[in-house]
Design a protein around this ligand. Structure first.
Ligand SMILES: Nc1ncnc2c1ncn2[C@@H]1O[C@H](COP(=O)(O)OP(=O)(O)O)[C@@H](O)[C@H]1O
Ligand SMILES: [Mg+2]
Length: 270
């Protein structure tokens, strides 16, 4: 579904040169839920922007269903970290959710139905007439998710979407994402710097090195599909996986290059 091949991104300008991403190669299968985790500043947002066609790579390429991405691809939706900046404050919630649908060829009634369905999916059926600033941070992020869902994407790219909400809301939103993924069969790439979140959410976790970034490790999360905040997080298997990812991130921060280029997709031994 998604194919990242030898992706490299160097920022240049104002006398500064930053090699944010050195060499990233990985794939995401249709219907997969992959979490990308890596230290702050390692180029996660840069990578997602390249995948979303918002930023041109310096080298390598991103393929979506076999086609090279060179602009925002149809069928792909994004949820950004800063919900505060991603919703239009002068538009009601329903209008915000409806906005991307205006470029689709469909009747007003069809659009309305999608908006209603998406808001219902995120538990905000009653909020269509409110303004974003009348809602809590967690609710605003739900609206951003609803807007992405209404668009009926095949691929959903999420960039640290819950970094700015409180822990309880975050747990709810994590369950919401897993629930939607299971219901709708969307392919999701979820970026986070939070190790627990990556293991709890993902079917697979890709660990990135510190910048200049390469793929450090890929882990299959062999936890049951049915997860819940109470039991999954105390499962010894969960602890084993999070320790493994934690060690990789620590090593990445120390700048160890050992193993950095070997990409195993086997889970660690039990
Ligand atoms: N527009 C830009 N111009 C120059 N450097 C940038 C730009 N955007 C990001 N960077 C740099 O690229 C690196 C990766 O940034 P980013 O992709 O935001 O990382 P992350 O999302 O993992 O925190 C950082 O060193 C950052 O300072
Ligand atoms: Mg970022």
């Amino acid at each position: 579904m998604l194919d990242v091949r030898g992706l490299r991104k160097v920022y240049e300008g104002s006398g500064r040169r930053v090699e944010a991403v050195r060499d990233l190669t990985f794939t995401v299968d249709p219907g997969d839920l992959v979490c990308l985790v890596g230290p702050s500043g390692c180029g996660k947002t840069t990578l997602l922007k390249c995948m979303a066609g918002l930023l041109e790579p310096t080298g390598g390429e991103v393929l979506l269903e076999g086609r090279r991405v060179d602009g925002p691809p149809p069928g792909t939706a994004f949820v950004f970290q800063e919900y505060g900046r991603s919703l239009f404050p002068w538009m009601r919630v329903g209008e915000n959710v409806e906005l991307p649908l205006r470029q689709k060829d469909m009747s007003k009634a069809e659009r309305r139905a999608l908006v209603r369905d998406a808001l219902e999916s995120v538990g905000l059926a009653d909020a269509a007439g409110a303004y974003p600033w009348q809602l809590s941070g967690g609710m605003q992020q739900r609206v951003a998710i609803a807007r992405a869902l209404a668009y009926e994407p095949r691929v959903l790219l999420m960039d640290e979407p819950f970094a700015a909400v409180d822990a309880q809301t975050r747990a709810d939103l994590e369950d919401l994402v897993r629930g939607l993924w299971r219901q709708r069969g969307i392919t999701i790439l979820f970026v986070t710097h939070d190790i627990d979140e990556a293991v709890y959410l993902g079917e697979r976790v890709i660990v990135l090195s510190a910048s200049p970034t390469v793929v450090r490790e890929q882990l299959t999360v062999d936890l049951p599909a049915e997860r819940d905040q109470l039991h999954t997080r105390v499962d010894p298997r969960f602890a084993g996986l999070r320790t493994r990812v934690y060690e990789q991130i620590q090593a990445a921060k120390r700048g160890e290059v050992r193993d950095a280029l070997t990409k195993s997709s086997t889970p660690p031994p039990r």
